[in-house]
Ligand binder design. Structure first.
Ligand code: CP
Ligand code: NVA
Length: 330
C-alpha cells in the first residue's frame, strides 16, 4: 500500500513509523534535487499556511515561508495573535483551521502544539517546543546522509551538552526510529529524561538502535557526527551561570573531534550558536564570565568538517517535505 501522510500533524517523531520517516527523508532529498535543478514546484498551489510564533526564529520561519512559496503556496506569519490573551487556544485553533490548510507553531509548552492539533481540524507542525524540535532532526539526519556512504544503521551520532533539551530529545527519537547508534554525553544532571530514554530503549529493541548515555567525553570515539546545541535554550536564560559550570567540560573542541578517531566525522549544530563574540549575548557572557565561545570552539565551527550551513539549508528541504506530504497536492 502506498504511504500516505495526508492530513497528519507533525508534533513529534514518536508519532511516525521508521518507514514514514524514511519517506520524509527521501522526499526531502528529491525536493532538494528539484530545487537545485531549478524546476519550479506547484505541490502547495492553492494551499495557505499560518506560522504562529511565541519565540524568536531565523531558520524555522524562513524555511516554512520559502518552502511554501517554492511550491506555489501562501504563508502568513503571526507573532502577535490573540491566542491565550483575549481568545482561548481552542477558539484560535478553530478559527485558524477555517482559514488555513496547515498551521506551524513554535512556542514554550509542548501541550500548546498538541491542543492546537486537537482543535484545528487541519495538520499542525511543531516548529519547536520545550520538549521537541522534530523538523530540525529531519534536517540533521538528511545532512548526515549527505556526508556518509554508510547506511544510517551503521552510523554513530554523538550529542554533547544539554542532553535533555528539545533538540537532543528529537535526535534520540529519530536515532531510535532509524536503528542508529546514539550516544548522549553530558553531566548526570543533564542526561536524557528517564521516561523518554526508556521508551526509546524499548523501541530500539525492534529497530536495532543502540542508545547510550555517558558522562565521559572519550565516548565520542567512533562518531560519524558530533552534535551540540546551545547550553541554555530559549526561556531558560536564568540558567547561564549554572550551565557554564556544568557544560564547559563538554564543549566541542578540536581535541573532541580528534578523539572520535574518525577524520571524516562531521560537526553538526542546529544554530544559532555561541562560537564567537559577534552577538550581544556572546558579549554579555564574555563580560560576565570571560568566555569567548561556549558550546563549540570557533575553530571547529568554521572547520571543513562543520556542515552547519548545509544543515541549515536542509531545514528548507525537510520542512517542504513535511508540508508536501501532509497537505500537498501530490
Ligand atoms: N535551528 C532553528 O530552529 O533555528 P531558528 O531558531 O533560527 O528557527
Ligand atoms: N535548544 C534550542 C534550540 C534552538 C533552535 C532552544 O530551544 O533554544
Amino acid at each position: 500500500m502506498p504511504l500516505n501522510l495526508k492530513g497528519r500533524s507533525y508534533l513529534t517523531l514518536k508519532d511516525f513509523s521508521p518507514e514514514e520517516i524514511r519517506y520524509l527523508l527521501d522526499l526531502s532529498h528529491d525536493l532538494k534535487r528539484k530545487k537545485r535543478a531549478g524546476i519550479p514546484g506547484d505541490l502547495l498551489r492553492g494551499r495557505n499556511i499560518v506560522l504562529l510564533f511565541e519565540k524568536t526564529s531565523t531558520r524555522t520561519r524562513c524555511a516554512f515561508e520559502t518552502a511554501c512559496w517554492d511550491e506555489g503556496g501562501n504563508a502568513t506569519f503571526l507573532s502577535n495573535s490573540q491566542m491565550g490573551k483575549k481568545e482561548s487556544l481552542e477558539d484560535t485553533a478553530r478559527v485558524l483551521g477555517r482559514f488555513y490548510d496547515g498551521i506551524e507553531f513554535r512556542g514554550f509548552d509542548h501541550r500548546t502544539v498538541e491542543d492546537l492539533a486537537r482543535f484545528a481540524g487541519v495538520p499542525v507542525w511543531n516548529g519547536l517546543t520545550d520538549r521537541f524540535h522534530p523538523t530540525q532532526a529531519l534536517a540533521d539526519i538528511m545532512t548526515l546522509e549527505e556526508n556518509t556512504k554508510k547506511p544510517l544503521s551503521a552510523c554513530k551520532l554523538v550529542y554533547m551538552g544539554d542532553a535533555r533539551n528539545n533538540v537532543a530529545n528529537s535526535l534520540m527519537v529519530i536515532a531510535a526510529k532509524l536503528g542508529m547508534q546514539y550516544t548522549a554525553i553530558s553531566p548526570a544532571s543533564l542526561k536524557p529524561e528517564a521516561a523518554l530514554f526508556d521508551e526509546m530503549q524499548k523501541l530500539a529493541e525492534t529497530t536495532g538502535a543502540k542508545l547510550q548515555w555517558s558522562d565521559q567525553v572519550k565516548d565520542v570515539q567512533g562518531a560519524d557526527a558530533v552534535y551540540t546545541d546551545v547550553w541554555v535554550s530559549m526561556g531558560e536564560e536564568a540558567l547561564f551561570e549554572e550551565r557554564i559550570k556544568l557544560l564547559t567540560p563538554y564543549r566541542v573542541t578540536e581535541d573532541v573531534m580528534r578523539l572520535t578517531g574518525n577524520p571524516g566525522c562531521i560537526f553538526l549544530h542546529c544554530l544559532p550558536s555561541f562560537h564567537d563574540l559577534e552577538t550581544t549575548t556572546g558579549q554579555e557572557i564574555h563580560q560576565k564570565y570571560g568566555l569567548t565561545e561556549m558550546e563549540v570552539e570557533d575553530r571547529v565551527f568554521r572547520s571543513p568538517n562543520s556542515k552547519v550551513f548545509d544543515e541549515a539549508e536542509n531545514r528548507l528541504h525537510t520542512i517542504k517535505a513535511v508540508m508536501v506530504a501532509t497537505i500537498g497536492r501530490q
